[in-house]
Design a protein around this ligand. Structure first.
Ligand code: SF4
Length: 421
């Protein structure tokens, strides 16, 4: 068995430097401030009512035009560069393999999740189309323009998967259907499969059935919080947001029934106050249900209600990231692992040589998400720098090299027993 040495003094009540995990009592979001009436519900964009004229680049000193799904969507900066509609280069990445689309409306998302850059409280200072989300801007584009490019590229398309991200908006369910229909009319979903990142709050079981029948391949639920208490504090009443843990599970279980094994999953953000045991207990539950967990390392998103809080210490993140990979892809169960009194992984439940082989393979430390065309355990959704800066990568959007792996080992506190190349 392979044991991990944690730093002493981790329970100090002081700053991040003294801790090796983000404790519940530290990770308290700010209370949202009231929004002036004239900024609510996209009023500024709707009263200016400027006609969109194609690509809209956020934060470019122009007024956001009146854009709405299903005609318009936003897409990640990485996807816009890969499509060739936006200039730029990504650190150590040629492209992204997932075309992440986000529904868009002047009213924006009506939920108020504390860690999210799209949250409702931000309407006080920033129009929806100008808000940062998982650390990057999301340009807005007509859906037709995206379809034209992907259809034109055909088999040469760099994308292994497309994903529609719903938000909390009265039109979100119907418009997700419209965007999916528009996609499958032009693009073979067998060639570029579609994932749905759902918004359970407004959905019924019938909505899940409809999306499967229209050709969606994988259905995921952004549970994000690993425990009911963190969910309530960051996505529910704690921040005047409408989400309910029970409703999220209702739709997650519906997805299990309707999409089937390995075709559903949940997002989990690590480092919002749960213990490592809490996060991995949830991973185990998802494995037992037949699904996958897609993990994000908490990062204090600028402008969010948690932007004053510390990012997840790298040792906490690496332990959970590695343990999750072992559970999802190497058949290791929670009961085989050992945890210390603070719920931190102290033993990964594998013989040392096997653990070393997994660490050296590096895949465990890549971004997790829906699979692409390379292999089952390599996510198409690579989200370059969505949960960390390039200087201190949490989820690697590419294969970590020898230097990266040596750093990962230092973060894990598991030195190599033999020289690495
Ligand atoms: S529902 Fe999703 S998009 Fe809306 S605030 Fe919450 S996390 Fe952000």
């Amino acid at each position: 068995m392979s044991c991990v040495k944690q730093r002493d003094g981790a329970q100090g009540a002081g700053g991040a430097a003294e801790r090796d995990f983000n404790a519940f009592e530290v990770m308290q979001p700010r209370a949202p401030a009231p929004t002036p009436l004239e900024r609510r519900n996209g009023a500024r964009v709707k009263s200016a009512d400027q006609r969109p004229t194609g690509l809209y680049l956020p934060n470019n000193n122009t007024m956001a035009p009146h854009m709405r799904s299903p005609e318009y969507v936003q897409l990640s900066t990485a996807a816009a560069m890969t499509l060739g509609i936006m200039a730029g280069r990504m650190h150590r990445c040629e492209c992204t393999r997932c075309l992440n689309l986000l529904l868009t409306y002047p009213e924006g998302c009506r939920a108020n999740c504390a860690y999210c850059g799209l949250a409702r409280h931000r309407e006080a200072e920033r129009d929806y189309a100008d808000r940062n989300f998982i650390r990057v801007d999301w340009p807005a584009v007509p859906v037709r323009q995206i379809l034209d490019i992907v259809a034109r590229d055909g088999a040469a398309s760099p994308f292994h998967r497309m994903c529609i991200s719903m938000i909390t908006h009265p039109r979100s369910d119907a418009d997700t259907v419209q965007v999916l229909r528009a996609w499958t009319r032009r693009i073979d979903p067998g060639a570029i499969p579609v994932s749905i990142l759902s918004n359970p709050t407004t959905m019924s079981r019938d909505d899940v059935v409809r999306l499967r029948d229209l050709g969606a391949d994988i259905f995921t639920v952004a549970l994000d919080a690993a425990t009911p208490a963190i969910f309530e504090r960051t996505r529910g009443k704690g921040v005047q947001s409408p989400h309910k843990w029970q409703k999220y599970w209702e739709i997650l279980l519906a997805a299990r029934d309707i999409f089937g094994p390995q075709k559903f999953g949940a997002h989990i953000i690590v480092g919002m106050g749960e213990t490592e045991f809490d996060a991995l207990q949830l991973v185990q539950r998802l494995v037992e249900l037949g699904g996958h967990s897609h993990m994000f390392c908490f990062f204090p998103e600028k402008g969010s209600l948690m932007d004053h809080l510390p990012p997840t210490p790298r040792d906490q993140w690496r332990r959970v990231q590695l343990a999750r990979y072992l559970m999802d892809y190497a058949g290791v169960r929670l009961e085989q692992m050992r945890f210390d009194g603070q719920g931190r992984v102290s033993d990964f439940g594998l013989p040392r040589a096997e653990l070393d082989a997994v660490i050296d393979a590096g895949i465990a430390f890549r971004t997790s998400g829906c699979p692409g065309k390379f292999r089952e355990d390599v996510s198409a959704c690579d989200r370059p720098y969505g949960d960390s800066p390039p200087s201190d990568i949490a989820s690697f959007p590419f294969q970590p090299n020898g230097r990266d792996r040596r750093r990962i080992r230092r973060q894990l506190g598991i030195p190599a027993v033999r020289a690495e190349s």
